[in-house]
Design a protein around this ligand. Sequence first.
Ligand SMILES: Cc1cc2nc3c(=O)[nH]c(=O)nc-3n(C[C@H](O)[C@H](O)[C@H](O)COP(=O)(O)O)c2cc1C
Length: 145
Amino acid sequence: MAKALIVYATRTGESEKIADLIAEGLRLSGVDATVMNVNAVKSEADLTGYDAIALGSATYHGNMLQKMKQLLFMAEKAGLEGRVGAAFGAFGWSGEAPDRIFDTMKNIFKMKMVNGPLRLKSSALGGGIKMAQDYGKEIAEKIGA
Ligand SMILES: Cc1cc2nc3c(=O)[nH]c(=O)nc-3n(C[C@H](O)[C@H](O)[C@H](O)COP(=O)(O)O)c2cc1C
């Protein structure tokens, strides 16, 4: 069974909800999905052994949360080249974080990225349930699951 890891950074829980929905989409496609808070990732070893990794952060002051920045430096050493990658996050109006994470995974980690990042507005999260589940399915398709 293919395995996927979803790591999220959140302040008020919205990005965690998105992470859980992406995991649901992956599981519906037969992928073993693990969801982790960024605070629980202790070393690059925690990021190895997965066919796909999705990283997410909410946007604050035009940026990703500090813990996700630290995780990206850690992930640089995790040997993720060629693994399937995806990025997501809740936002209010500008939503830069998912784009920055996506670009780092593509250009620095050289991961096999899905079409684009998933950005969901906090006020519209209800309507985003299907979008987030579908994003999980898209990740599963990219793995070939
Ligand atoms: C102080 C503050 C700054 C914020 N800055 C931005 C921003 O620059 N761009 C944006 O799109 N949303 C911004 N937001 C909105 C958050 O991204 C939004 O509330 C999001 O749903 C929070 O997700 P979380 O629950 O995962 O932390 C900001 C919110 C607060 C409270």
